[in-house]
Design a binder for this molecule. Structure first.
Ligand code: FES
Length: 160
């Protein structure tokens, strides 16, 4: 049995099955087959500039302004990243899930918009994508970052 390649329309259908028309107000981006691998496409979604890209890991949408000094993230590079590892061991991971800012090289997750390793406090907007009937759609609403449960949050100091 042949498996579909990561990043292909068949793989997206397998991992993100769409059962019918979306209930959200997703906006049309483009035809899936018109997307060039690892090449951002700048589109206006919900009145904001959003960078949409197809990578080996899927289709993603992020806000266009870097939270560091506002570089245009549509000029960023798609990569993976090095994960923490033992001495003399090198773990390259998350290929196709990381964007590197074109100005100062901070890395961000395409899935969540968070900076890799928490290097920056700010984050990119991340938007949900649907691939339906060969077309790509983007939600105008940002994916809400996961917050730790209340008991896991650090206690506030008096005076903060
Ligand atoms: S503007 Fe993006 S890392 Fe500085």
């Amino acid at each position: 049995m042949s498996e579909s390649q990561p990043g292909t329309l068949a793989a997206l259908r397998r991992t993100d099955p769409v059962t019918g028309p979306s209930t959200e107000d997703f906006e049309y981006v483009c035809e899936y087959d018109d997307m060039v691998l690892d090449e951002f496409r700048s589109v206006e979604i919900g009145g904001r500039e959003v960078c949409v890209v197809r990578t080996l890991a899927g289709v993603f949408a992020i806000g266009s302004k870097c939270p560091h000094q506002a570089a245009n993230m549509c000029d960023g590079a798609i990569k993976g990243t090095m994960e923490p590892s033992e001495r003399n061991e090198y773990h390259f991971a998350q290929e196709g899930e990381i964007v590197t800012c074109p100005w100062h090289g901070y890395e961000f997750s395409l899935r969540t918009g968070a900076s890799v390793g928490g290097a920056l406090k700010g984050r990119l907007g991340a938007y949900q994508i649907e691939v339906r009937d060969g077309a790509v759609y983007c939600s105008p609403r940002r994916i809400r970052p996961e917050r730790p449960a209340r008991a896991e949050r650090p206690a506030r100091r008096v005076g903060e």
